[in-house]
Design a protein around this ligand. Structure first.
Ligand SMILES: [Fe+2]
Ligand SMILES: [Fe+2]
Length: 263
């Protein structure tokens, strides 16, 4: 059995106490075989914030797998270094193959232009990477931004929605990406939205595709762990709580994934 802990949206530098929360999360996730962080490691994309992240996560060693979020593209643009400039690459860890996608873009330098971007070339790269993935282990596609519409969160996203601005919207090619991934991977793991969500495509099929948004790990004070044996998930993912979430309504959801249909 292999375990994968999914963290996201840490926003180190956002407020006092975030670093302490991350320390508690790292302690709780130490037994996982893989710890995946799907972006927004930092609040301001600054070198000093990334240094704090690296120090906090040092105990995880090479079990740690990261990718950039929009906040990491601000300031010193630490996000552009997290995947060595690649838009798509493959990370192998015992029992699992992770296809990482950088869904950020240069416009994320302006913090409120937070939406992501994909292009046909990225989809082709993902398809090529998945075609090489072993059939006897878990295949994960990981990125920062959400692929289907999700409810707006917070004042600025609601304003953006009213003004038809792009920054609250899902990835423009999100559904196209899911069509590429369907039947070729088992999990899509992402963040960006800070309230956790979960969907499943082809729930009754031979290879269901489960899509999980971690939410903000430091905001929630909680993270999910997935247990799998070969390509098979052994049980519903488990939440680990390290501290109570700071906001009413920021709760984790112990519910079954919603069925998602791709037109
Ligand atoms: Fe975030
Ligand atoms: Fe984000």
């Amino acid at each position: 059995m292999t375990t994968l802990a999914h963290l996201s949206d840490l926003h180190l530098g956002h407020a006092p106490g975030v670093e302490r929360r991350l320390g508690l999360v790292v302690d709780a996730a130490r037994s996982a075989d893989v710890v995946l962080v799907t972006g927004d490691l930092t609040e301001g994309g600054r070198d000093d914030e990334l240094a704090v992240f690296r120090a906090c996560c040092a105990p995880l060693g090479d079990r740690l797998v990261v990718l950039p979020g929009n906040h990491d593209r601000c300031g010193d643009d630490v996000g552009s270094r997290l995947m060595d400039g690649a838009r798509v690459d493959v990370v192998r860890r015992p029992g699992c193959t992770i296809v990482r996608i950088d869904s950020t873009a240069p416009h994320n330098k302006v913090f409120w232009l937070s939406h992501g971007r994909l292009c046909e070339r990225v989809l082709a790269q993902v398809e090529a990477a998945l075609s090489q993935a072993p059939s006897d282990e878990l295949v994960v596609v990981a990125l920062h931004h959400h692929l289907v519409p999700l409810p707006a969160e917070g004042f600025w996203e609601h304003v953006s929605e009213l003004l038809f601005l792009p920054n609250h919207t899902e990835l423009g090619l999100g559904r196209e990406l899911l069509k590429v991934v369907r039947g070729r991977a088992d999990l899509v793991l992402h963040g960006h939205r800070h309230v956790p969500r979960q969907f499943v495509i082809d729930a009754e099929g031979a290879r269901p595709l489960r899509v999980y948004n971690a939410g903000s790990t430091t905001g929630l004070g909680a993270f999910r762990t997935f247990h799998f044996d070969g390509p098979k998930l052994m049980q519903a993912p488990q939440w680990t709580h390290v501290v109570p979430g700071p906001r009413p309504g920021w709760h984790v959801q112990h519910v079954a994934p919603l069925a998602l249909t791709l037109a």
